[in-house]
Write a protein that binds this ligand. Sequence first.
Ligand SMILES: CC(C)(COP(=O)(O)OP(=O)(O)OC[C@H]1O[C@@H](n2cnc3c(N)ncnc32)[C@H](O)[C@@H]1OP(=O)(O)O)[C@@H](O)C(=O)NCCC(=O)NCCS
Length: 184
Amino acid sequence: MLLTQAITTEHLTLSNLRPEQAQLLQRYLLDNRQHLAPWEPVRTDAYFDITQCEERLYQQFQQMQHGNGLFLAIMCDEKMIGVCNFSNIVRGVFQACHLGYAIAHTHQGKGLMSEALTAAIQYMFERENLHRIMANYMPDNIRSAAVLERLGFEKEGYAKAYLKINGQWRDHVLTSLINPTATN
Ligand SMILES: CC(C)(COP(=O)(O)OP(=O)(O)OC[C@H]1O[C@@H](n2cnc3c(N)ncnc32)[C@H](O)[C@@H]1OP(=O)(O)O)[C@@H](O)C(=O)NCCC(=O)NCCS
């Protein structure tokens, strides 16, 4: 599932990062450490080391080769400004996956996350024939809820103590987007 060609939108390029491009990932993570902390698992200092960034990109590369995920760096003016990750891809009668995303604090509030996700979801529906994309958010993540609503995701449930975020088991709202034209 590695992209043969980057996905381009009006303002952005979405591409797979190779392990040798780990510095781009490290810069993005360090610049956004505080911004992302409330919405992600606790990160130790080691998480930001260049060797760990390389290792994570290598693991993502392997997952993509096995068709288990698609991990996209959102690039703007040759800088990494966000991520858009499709993980836990299951084929067959499910044709589904989970979606995770984040954008740099410097690029929030400009419609860029919606722009990136629109293109990435179109790729997953049209090129990868997925039928369901699931995305979950904490009830106080108003910005994330707004992005998903804008893209047409529908609420399907509420999961108590669903993920350990920033050191605490947090409830999540469960949503999904269905591809009406998927074939099997
Ligand atoms: C959640 C997150 C990705 C949303 O990013 P975002 O920039 O708000 O999302 P969008 O790209 O859709 O932009 C929408 C905003 O841009 C504004 N905007 C400006 N120009 C726009 C345009 N041309 N089109 C659409 N929106 C535009 C909208 O008014 C809106 O601003 P507002 O929230 O102040 O009303 C971001 O807040 C983030 O990375 N948060 C931390 C990580 C996180 O929570 N990840 C999700 C976990 S579930």
